[in-house]
Design a protein around this ligand. Structure first.
Ligand code: ATP
Ligand code: MG
Length: 232
């Protein structure tokens, strides 16, 4: 698929991936967005606010891979404690784009979380497709909507074929915007991460088109200008 190319990306765009629910794919979506951006020639930085440092550990694996495969796109990542979130915002000034991974239970640090969301150009809120996910993620989205923060849910590990899928979508749409691209459960996604890689590193990966589309959506929502490239 021909991938849209950046057209004079504006400096300092900030995307926050934040959801109160654990294990819904925050770190996974961050690393895929980071690699998509890097492969499109955008100067991108990942920031890991989670003390478990999932994103930073993935970055360390990637750096080891890059020693053998230097063509593998470089994706700098810095780990920062949540309390020091302002340094992440400051870092954005030196990059076209900063993608910030957040810990679960972020709403426990309400003040910092809301200030960070307000500083972001776009907040992506990953959620699973169960009532338990909605119970956690919907109140968080309501906070963002009430604060007039630009944000969308994204359904991760979604299965369109189950009956509950449409019901869950409808419930999410009652609360906030929903990314038109959902991410299915695919082995490619977690296996590549174990090697410091991401789906966009593999043109033939099953989920390549999904992550291309997700990147286009998120980049536009964050105000990065994209132009459609020539057909491949
Ligand atoms: N769509 C998917 N298909 C297959 N595996 C996935 C998918 N999304 C995430 N995973 C895997 O599920 C696990 C949890 O995902 P991830 O670590 O990204 O969630 P998280 O929201 O960052 O978790 P935490 O709240 O603990 O930070 C990881 O092993 C990840 O690779
Ligand atoms: Mg995580």
């Amino acid at each position: 698929m021909a991938r849209p190319k950046p057209d004079n990306p504006q400096q300092g765009r900030l995307i926050l991936v934040a959801s109160p629910k654990g294990g819904v794919g925050k770190s996974c979506l961050c690393r895929n967005l980071l690699v998509s951006a890097a492969k499109d020639g955008i100067r991108v930085l990942g920031v890991d606010l989670d003390q478990q440092q999932t994103l930073a550990k993935w970055h360390a694996r990637r750096e080891r891979v890059r020693q053998t495969f230097p063509d593998c796109a470089e994706v700098p990542v810095m780990a920062v404690p949540v309390a020091e979130w302002r340094s992440a915002v400051k870092a954005a000034e030196g990059y076209d784009l900063v993608v910030i991974d957040t810990p679960p239970n972020i709403e426990a640090q309400y003040g910092a979380a809301l200030s960070l969301c307000s500083a972001a150009d776009f907040v992506l809120v990953p959620t699973g497709a169960t009532q338990d996910d909605i119970d956690s993620c919907a109140p968080w989205m309501k906070v963002l909507v009430d604060a007039e923060i630009r944000a969308s849910f994204v359904l991760n590990k979604a299965n369109r074929r189950v009956k509950s899928y449409e019901t869950i979508r409808a419930k999410l749409l009652q609360v906030g915007s929903l990314c038109p691209v959902e991410v299915p459960t695919l082995e490619d996604i977690h296996v590549s991460a174990g090697k410091g890689l991401a789906v966009p590193d593999f043109t033939n990966a099953k989920a390549a088109a999904t992550f291309d589309a997700l990147w286009c959506y998120v980049a536009r929502e964050a105000g990065l200008k994209l132009q459609v490239g020539a057909a491949a």
